[in-house]
Structure formats: C-alpha cells, structure tokens
Design a binder for this molecule. Structure first.
Ligand code: NAD
Length: 293
C-alpha cells in the first residue's frame, strides 16, 4: 500500500512513522524541513512537494493545524493530483463545514474522502494508539479502517462526511466543561479546608465521578502520572483546547444550538491563554480558580 502523508508535526510525525513501520510505502511532505528530515529518518520517503507525495498513492493522510490549511492543501495539491478512487483521509481537527466542503469536492473527482480526527496526544501518536472518529461513506469504512490500523487502538465510524469532526468537537466541549467543573469543586473544597485526597476518594465513588476527575484529576499529587502531578506539562495543551472550543462555538452558532457552558468554557480558556498558559496542560485551568481571578 502506498500512502501520502502531509503534515509531519507533533502528531503527524509519529503517525507517519507508524505507517512506515507497518511496511507501507510512505511518501511524506511537510513545509518544515526539520519535520521532513525526521520522517525520512523514521523510514518515510521525503517527497519534494505535497503534489509529488500524493501521485500514485492509494491513500492520502493529512494532519494539519486548521481548516484553512486543509482547504489550501486540498485545493492546490491533493485534489488535482490524487488518483481516482484514492482514499483522502483528513485527521486534523477542523470545522465541520470545511470537512464537508472538501469531501464534496473529492467526490466530484471520484475520490473517497473521510474526516478522521483523533483523540489522544503525541504519546498515543507515537505508540500507534490513537482513537479515530470517522465521517465517511459506509461502503468505504472497512478500507479506511485498515489504512488507519497502524496508528489506531480504536476506529469508530461516527456517520457521514463531517460526522467525525462533529463527534470530536462535541466530545472536547464536554471535556472542557467537565474539567472546569472538577477544578471548581477542588478549589471550593480547598477553601472549605477539605483534604484534596479525601475529597477525591469521596467524589470518585459519588455522583460527581467523571473522566476529568478519576483519570485526569487537575489537582496536583492526587493521581500519579497526570499532567497535574508533573508541573502541568502537556498532555493536551490549553491552546489546543481553546481551538476546539472555538470550533464548538462556531458550530453551535451556525446550527442554532444552545451551549452556554461551552461558550463560558471558551471564555475561561481564552483568559487562561492570555495569562500565559497556552502551552500548559488544559487541566492547569484549576489554577485560575485557586488564584481567584
Ligand atoms: P503541529 O503544528 O505540530 O503540526 C502541523 C504540521 O503541519 C507542521 O509540521 C507544519 O509545518 C505542517 N504544515 C502546515 N502547513 C502545511 C502545508 N501547507 N503543507 C505541508 N505541511 C504543512 O500540530 P499537531 O499538534 O501535530 O496537530 C495537528 C492536528 O491534530 C491539529 O488539527 C490538532 O488540533 C490536532 N490534534 C492535536 C493533538 C495534540 O495533542 N497535539 C491531539 C489531537 C488532535
């Protein structure tokens, strides 16, 4: 199988390396020479351009920063050069509207598109254990799943084109709200002189239990190995959470959905980025409540 891989950054670098490790021919491209050199050292073939990478590929995987990047690379390089029947799998986290628009353009050219954003950070990208949520035609899913297999611990079809991005945006809005909820509760518990470890034990067995509490507790020293217990080194950076909350806000506005807590979460994360915490883990938001501003 020949794969074109475009976007070899924090996530794409490890993902492309896992494709090469699985014995696939990976023609890789990134505008950053350093990223391209790292991919070549990991067994990929460095292509001269994105257009060059996609020629002859059975599948084109993109892992780019935003919807604007995806649209530009699709219009200039992928759509004019990919083979008919090629699978075009975008794993970036982008807006639903762009995902649907590039899918429609791909279908017009007899290509097979999918939006397949991921859950899991750099370490899951490096170890091939990402979760993929996929928006694609039902008939294409099995083949898309097999392309993603060397990078994946779970691949779930969310629905038709754009559904993968929709699932990602809704999940991350929920995650931000629950992380803020857990953080507020711990900050209040501290003011009430409640021991953090004892509160954790109680809430974990009570109705406040959730992933943000029991797997990713934002209070330092409560769970070993979390970003909170490691100086809030990401993990999942605050800037990326803010990006996803902005996608959720735009999606809510364009569909008329009511999501006041999602909007408030975006405001709080924007304040936290402004406070210089863009590169801290998103669970560091607890400090915003501890500091009281
Ligand atoms: P990154 O900035 O590290 O990597 C993006 C790469 O794309 C860079 O190497 C950049 O040079 C390259 N690029 C930009 N424009 C290009 C172009 N025109 N042609 C070729 N290459 C180009 O970002 P990342 O952390 O790898 O994230 C990628 C995507 O994955 C984002 O959409 C992000 O939201 C999503 N995501 C990230 C994480 C995470 O923890 N980092 C987790 C889940 C999802």
């Amino acid at each position: 199988m020949q794969i074109a891989f475009i976007g070899l950054g924090n996530m794409g670098g490890g993902m492309a390396a896992n494709q090469a490790k699985a014995g696939r021919i990976v023609r890789a491209f990134d505008v950053s020479k350093d990223a391209l050199d790292r991919a070549a050292a990991a067994g990929c073939v460095a292509a001269a351009s994105a257009a060059d990478a996609v020629k002859g590929a059975n599948a084109v995987v993109t892992m780019l920063p935003s919807g604007a990047h995806v649209r530009a690379v699709y219009e200039a390089d992928v759509l004019p050069n990919a083979e008919q029947g090629a699978m075009l799998i975008d794993c970036s986290t982008i807006d639903v509207e762009t995902a649907r628009a590039v899918a429609a353009d791909a279908i017009k050219r007899a290509m097979r598109p999918a939006d397949a954003p991921v859950s899991g950070g750099m370490s899951a990208a490096n170890t091939g254990s990402l979760a993929f949520m996929v928006g694609c035609a039902e008939k294409d899913f099995t083949e898309i799943e097999s392309v993603l297999a060397p990078m994946s611990r779970a691949t779930i079809r969310a629905g038709d084109y754009g559904a993968g991005q929709a699932a990602k945006i809704c999940n991350n809005m929920l995650l931000a709200i629950s992380m803020i909820g857990v953080s507020e509760a711990f900050a209040l518990a501290e003011k009430l002189n409640l021991d953090a470890g004892r509160f954790f034990e109680i809430a974990s067995k009570s109705s406040g239990q959730c992933w943000s509490l029991t797997s990713y507790c934002p209070w330092p020293g409560v769970i070993e190995g979390t970003p909170a217990s490691n100086g809030y080194k990401p993990g999942f950076a605050t800037a990326l959470m803010l990006k996803d909350l902005r996608l959720a806000r735009d999606a809510a506005r364009s569909t008329g959905a009511v999501s006041p807590l999602g909007e408030h979460a975006e405001e709080l994360y924007a304040n936290w980025v402004e406070a210089g915490q863009a590169h801290s883990d998103f669970s560091s938001i607890v400090e915003l409540f501890r500091r009281g501003h």
